[in-house]
Design a protein around this ligand. Sequence first.
Ligand code: 3PG
Length: 395
Amino acid sequence: MAAPRLEDLLRQPGGVRGKRVFVRADLNVPLRAGKISDDSRIRAALPTLRRLLAGGARVAVASHLGRPKGPSPELSLRPVADRLGELLGRPVGFCPAVVGPEAEAAVGALADGEILLLENVRFEPGETKNDPALAKQLARLADVYVNDAFGTAHRAHATTVGMVGLVPAVAAGDLLLAELEHLRVVREPARPLLCLLGGAKVSDKLAVLEALAPHADVLAIGGAMAYTFLRAAGEPVGSSLVESERLADASRVAEAARRAGRRLLLPVDHVIAEKVDAAAPHRVETRIPDGWMGLDIGPQTAALYAAEAGKAKTIFWNGPMGVFELDPFAGGTEAVARAVASSPATSVVGGGDSLAAVAKVGVGNRITHLSTGGGASLEYVQGLELPGVAALERR
Ligand code: 3PG
C-alpha cells in the first residue's frame, strides 16, 4: 500500500508526541445482555494503540458498534472503553459525544500518552452517509488520522473515508496492514488454493462465489447455501433451505469453475432433521428424504474437505458448514476448523461463526491468520478496492 504507515509517522522527527491522534478502530464486538462475549477485535486493536501511547500521542479512538438508527443506549461503547482499559492496563476515558464541543474539549484535555474512546460513531446519522459536514467536525478532533479498522474498510463512511482528506497527516495502522498482507496471500496464492465457503445464502456470497470459482483450485461449499447448489445440480434436498431464485446463479458459478478447470465440491452426506431444533431427532444420510432438511455437512464430507485441506498450500475459510449455533449441527464446522488448523498450508479464516468454531475447538494458534474482517475480507479476496484503504492511498 502506498499510504504512510504508522511506522513512518513514529519515525518522523518529534514522532507523534503531543499530537492528537484519531484512531478509527473496529471495536464492533458481539454483546450478550450488555456484556462483551468476544473481545478479539479489542485485542487486535492493541498493538497500534500501545505504540501510539508509548510515543506520547494523545489518542482518541473511534468505532461503530452494531447498526443503530440513532443514539441507542444498548449500543453505547462505554463497556468497550472499560474492557480496552483492562487490556491496555491503563485508564481509558470515555466521551459520550462523537463530535462537537464536548468531544473537542475531551480530546483537548488529553495529556501526552493518554487515551479516550469516543461514543459509537453511528449515533451520528451522517456517519454511514459519509456526510461532509460530519467529516469536517471529526477532522477538528485530529492532528493525525490513523485507520486501523480493517473490519470496516469496505464501508465508505465519514470516519473511514470522509475525514481522511481533511486531517494534516494520515497513516495505516498495524492491524490494517497485517490484514492486507495476509489476505493478499489469498489473492496471489501458493497453489493449490482451497477456499471453504459456508453460510446460509448464496445471495449473500454470490459475488465472492463468482470471483473464487475460477480462482480457487478447489472451492468447497458448506452451510445451507450448499442446498441451493445441490438442487441446481438436480440432487434431492428434501425440505432444506433453498433459494429458488438463485438456482441459475448457482449453476453459473459451478459452470465457471468447470470451465476454468477448477473443482467445486458439494457435500456428499448430511446431518438431517425434520426441523431446525437442537432437540429434534437427527441422523446422517447421503440422500436427503422428503420432509427432512440438511443442517450440517456429514462426516464423509468433513473427511473429504479435510483431505483437500491436507493437500492445499493456501486455505481461505469463511462461513459455517451447518447450523453451528446448535450443538447437534456444529460437528461439520468444528471438523473443518480442526482440518484447517492441522494443514501445513498458509491459512486465513474470517467471519464470526468460523472464528467462533476455531476458538471453540481451541486451534486458533495453529491458523496463520484470524481475520477481524468478515465482509471486508470477502470483498478484498474477490479483488475489490476497499474504500477505507483507497482513501489512505489517495493521500
Ligand atoms: C463487521 O462486523 O463486519 C464490521 O464491523 C462492519 O460492520 P457493518 O457490516 O455493520 O458495516
